[in-house]
Design a protein around this ligand. Structure first.
Ligand SMILES: Nc1ncnc2c1ncn2[C@@H]1O[C@H](COP(=O)(O)OP(=O)(O)OP(=O)(O)O)[C@@H](O)[C@H]1O
Ligand SMILES: [Mg+2]
Length: 276
């Protein structure tokens, strides 16, 4: 398939091109230090409260882990932040003034919230470099013409992320030859090409080897600062290796927050999750 056809497909996936609203030019005010303000959030599915009066604040440039038992509402929370699910009540602000509930899923992606789903979706037939080129082209902020050539600066940016994602040696290989872990990194790298302010990553290390997990922790660390990163993960060794602030979700609300060390000595957390 041609690059152009794939680019169209990729863009449709994010629905970036079909929207005329310049959500991409919106300024997100993080002057108070936070990128995300979630307050009194609730959503029910057939009477079941999947999110129940949840309050959560994410710092600008922070790397935050969210843990909690199956069904705690972790993925639902990401669905609400990204506009896939509408809450019944509560507020979700991106920066101080941007009310995310006023925007569609496509607009939220454009405003600068990227989401990595569990299953990697890379373009198998294209090289690693071309995958990143496609991702960059889908970013309207840096690419205004489909026929434009990459600038030297853009090529450098791609190389930079390839190094971070431990993929530089595979730059010209078709993505289909990558391991599962490498595909996950490639997809994270593709999201980063779109320069999200906030990156949401759901269970990135499922199915990875220990070595791949260590590299994933390193990659996410490097991305934090330049981006804010929220990671949902069940693998506690991985969460420990990220060693950042951890939020425990339980029955749709925040049960506790702290470092893994603090949480491991919190009886409530041990009872519902860590003691399993
Ligand atoms: N669209 C939906 N319709 C109906 N119920 C839903 C929907 N989305 C989620 N739920 C329910 O809401 C609850 C929370 O699910 P969610 O997927 O957010 O949990 P989770 O914390 O991500 O769990 P896991 O760790 O297993 O991924 C579950 O009971 C789930 O069945
Ligand atoms: Mg989930």
């Amino acid at each position: 398939m041609s690059m152009l056809a794939d680019l169209r497909k990729f863009s449709r996936r994010d629905r970036v091109f079909s929207h005329l609203i310049r959500a991409d030019q919106l300024e997100v005010d993080t002057s108070k230090g936070h990128i995300l303000y979630i307050e009194d959030l609730s959503v029910s599915f057939d009477g079941f409260k999947a999110i129940d009066n949840l309050n959560l604040y994410i710092g600008d440039g922070e790397l935050r882990c969210i843990i909690g038992p199956n069904g705690a509402g972790k993925t639902t929370l990401m669905d609400i932040i990204t506009g896939k699910t509408r809450p019944d009540s509560g507020t979700v602000f991106f920066g101080q003034y941007t009310d995310l509930l006023e925007f569609s899923e496509a607009e939220i992606a454009q405003i600068g919230i990227g989401r990595k789903f569990q299953k990697p979706t890379v373009f198998e037939q294209h090289s690693v470099f071309e995958n990143l080129e496609l991702a960059m082209a889908a970013n309207k902020r840096v690419w205004h013409s489909l026929s434009a050539q990459l600038t030297a600066e853009q090529k450098d940016r791609i190389d930079e992320i390839l190094v971070q994602a431990s993929l530089i040696d595979f730059k010209h290989q078709p993505a289909k030859l990558l391991s599962h872990g490498q595909k996950q990194w490639l997809e994270i790298a593709m999201l980063v090409m779109q320069e999200p302010r906030l990156l949401l990553v759901d269970e990135p290390v499922a199915g990875m080897t220990h070595q791949e997990m260590d590299k994933t922790a390193e990659l996410l660390h490097q991305l934090a600062g330049r981006h804010s990163v929220v990671v949902v993960e069940h693998d506690m060794d991985f969460v420990r290796s990220i060693a950042s602030e951890v939020t425990v979700l339980h029955q749709g609300s925040v049960l506790a927050e702290g470092t893994m060390e603090e949480l491991q000595s919190n009886p409530k957390v041990v009872e519902v999750y860590l003691g399993e």
